[in-house]
Design a protein around this ligand. Structure first.
Ligand SMILES: [Zn+2]
Length: 190
């Protein structure tokens, strides 16, 4: 990881620490800040997360206007629109860090598991289809949902690393897991 990226990650984690403690700095959403960035943006981190209302990245990382470039879909599934959005963030906004943010008790992953009615059955939705490969390694786990959520994050990271590698260098992609109870974001190993 480049020093610049390490600083960005540290900034995210410090913001999350404040949020988890219930001590946010009241991130900059002032009128002055709004004017300051009205004509151009320079977000310093990209977050691909779930649309779940309990996991808004700006709040979870105690960030303000213009800080984060955020993409949210159910179960942070990746389609062409997401890929092109990521591409824009990297090529036009020069963001060096992409975080894939999964979370506990993800409804999209849970629904995908229920839709399957057992392992290896036909998928009934596109989103479930995208999440399905993550199930394979979790068959024998006690907490299947949590395992699939984490495996899906890792698979998404691997896919994005491959995709991003085809058009840019020096971009770090990290997987992370948000705990709904503690408010803490844990960086996942690969
Ligand atoms: Zn979710």
């Amino acid at each position: 990881m480049l020093p610049e990226t390490r600083n960005i990650l540290e900034r995210l984690l410090q913001g999350n620490h404040r949020f988890a403690l219930g001590q946010p700095l009241r991130a900059d959403i002032s009128v002055a800040r709004r004017y300051q960035i009205a004509n151009s943006q320079q977000p310093w981190a990209m977050i691909l997360g779930c649309s779940d209302s309990r996991v808004p990245p700006e709040i979870v990382f105690d960030c303000g206007l213009g800080d984060l470039f955020v993409i949210r879909t159910a179960g942070h599934t990746v389609d062409r629109s997401v890929i092109e959005t990521i591409q824009f963030g990297i090529q036009s906004l020069h963001i060096p860090l992409v975080m894939v943010l999964g979370h506990a008790r993800c409804g999209a992953v849970s629904a995908a598991l229920q839709e399957q009615q057992g392992w290896g059955e036909n998928c009934t939705s596109w989103i479930a289809e995208q999440i399905a490969p993550a199930k394979e390694q979790c068959k024998n786990e006690h907490d299947v949902l949590s395992c699939v959520i984490r495996a899906h994050v890792k698979k998404t990271v691997a896919r994005l690393e491959h995709l991003i590698g085809s058009f840019a260098q020096g971009v770090d992609v990290l997987g992370a897991y948000y705990d709904l109870d503690t408010g803490i974001v844990e960086i996942m190993g690969t």
